[in-house]
Design a protein around this ligand. Structure first.
Ligand code: PMP
Length: 417
């Protein structure tokens, strides 16, 4: 009998048998409030009837219309429909399967388009696990260790992370922009720098939102030097933050937008969007793949867009997110171990620190495990695993917010008393 390798680690011991909306059921039919949503993927809830219907219909029509061989209607319709939600001017798309692959597609695009070798990323950023994506990742050594040498040509600048530095947002932003200029002057000359890769909110790095002035600073330098601004919306897109894109909070205009996760409600699909001018500078036919833009995944993505619009899920993410953040702040007020509750929409992190003010991954993990035992599934993030994150499906209602906050309060009390 074969077994799963220990290189795959799970955050909970649950064996999921079925899912419905915000709930997962295990093989004994025990119900869990799923505030992980497959790491922010199943934003329309598990097995939303409209997604199921669209996927089932597509399965019976055409499963795999390999896109470097033939075109298929779900892909063409999806591209057309994405025009409704993509930032103005970003109207050329390329599709792949995972976030990491889309990051690599963006990398190939900006290097080909600029002819420049280097990339600047921001400390705490997570962009994936393949060699190139891991090379751009600085949210934890666990994503890099034992895997070196990684790709050359990557430089890491500070992200304005107020809680990490113990500074105000203004101070952290001044520092980050000053260090970026220093880096461009001392390590990676603008003429050697193809792109900045940045998340609107650090995801795996601890649920740390960026800010408008910082992103304006990146935009300004990108425009000045012809550096491409690649915004990684893999975790923050599709309504997750209470606006359609995370960048919408910060008036941030990317040159390349990278999307995945919430895009197809659980089917593997990712993509990049850029202007026709930028895409025209890359080499035609230089990107492809066997499974990219799978027909069933594209049909599910079209249905996902419909559901988001019909059920006003972006608005619901903002409204339920505000309720959830309030409720979690109340739990934190009773427990000094939780030193910060932060995030946007339904992407909320609870940071744990010990009595000396150091990141406390041990207590965060104990609280996450205890919540799972009590029927609430959560994940951790942050370099030390010190943040417990809440990323439920956007179909969440107020009763589910209250139930989750109650279980969370009890779980935290149980592990800190
Ligand atoms: N970028 C971001 C911001 C992510 O959160 C993730 C996944 N957590 C990725 C890229 C990589 O996506 P995938 O796991 O699908 O390769």
């Amino acid at each position: 009998m074969a077994q799963l390798s220990a290189i795959l680690k799970q955050a909970t011991g649950v064996v999921a048998a079925r899912g419905e909306g915000v709930y997962l059921y295990d093989e004994d039919d025990r119900r869990y409030l799923d505030f992980t949503a497959g790491i922010g993927v199943t934003s329309t809830g598990h097995c939303h009837p409209k997604i199921v219907e669209a996927a089932q219909k597509q399965v019976a029509t055409l499963i795999h219309g390999q896109y470097t061989t033939v075109m298929h209607r779900p892909l063409l319709t999806l591209v057309d429909r994405l025009g409704e939600v993509l930032p103005e001017g970003l109207d050329r798309m390329f599709f792949a399967n995972s976030g990491s692959e889309a990051i690599e597609a963006a990398l190939r695009l900006v290097r080909q388009a600029t002819g420049r070798p280097n990339i600047i990323t921001f400390h705490g950023g997570f962009h994936g696990r393949t060699v190139a994506a891991a090379s751009l990742t600085s949210s934890g050594t666990k994503f890099r260790s034992g895997f070196a040498p990684l790709m050359a040509g990557v430089h890491v600048a500070p992200f304005p992370n107020p809680t990490h530095y113990g500074w105000s947002v203004e101070q952290a932003t001044d520092f980050a922009l000053k260090e970026l200029d220093y880096l461009l002057q001392t390590l990676s000359a603008p003429n050697d720098t193809a792109a900045f890769f940045v998340e609107p909110v650090l995801g795996e790095g601890g649920y740390v939102p960026g800010n408008t002035r910082f992103f304006a600073g990146l935009r300004e330098r990108a425009d000045q030097y012809g550096i491409q601004l690649v915004v990684d919306e893999v975790q923050t897109g599709w309504g997750r933050t209470g606006k359609f894109w995370g960048e919408d909070h910060f008036d941030l205009k990317p040159d390349v937008l990278v999307t995945a996760k919430g895009l197809a409600s659980g089917f593997p699909l990712s993509g990049i969007a850029a202007s026709s001018e930028l895409m025209a500078k890359a080499w035609p036919g230089s990107q492809g793949g066997t499974y990219g833009a799978n027909a069933v995944a594209c049909a599910a993505a079209i249905a996902t867009l419909d559901v988001i619009e019909e059920e006003k899920l972006v608005e619901n993410s903002a409204a339920r997110g505000a309720e959830l953040k309030d409720a979690l702040a109340k739990v934190a007020a009773d427990h000094p171990q939780i030193t910060d509750v932060r995030g946007l929409g339904l992407l909320i992190g609870n940071e744990f620190r010990d009595a000396d003010g150091n990141p406390d991954g041990k207590t965060a993990s104990a609280a996450q495990q205890e919540a799972a035992r009590r029927g609430l599934l959560l994940l951790t993030c942050g370099p030390w695993g010190e943040v417990v994150r809440f990323i439920p499906a956007l179909v969440l209602d107020s009763d589910q917010v209250n139930e989750a906050a109650r279980i969370w309060g009890e779980a935290v009390a149980a592990v800190t008393s």
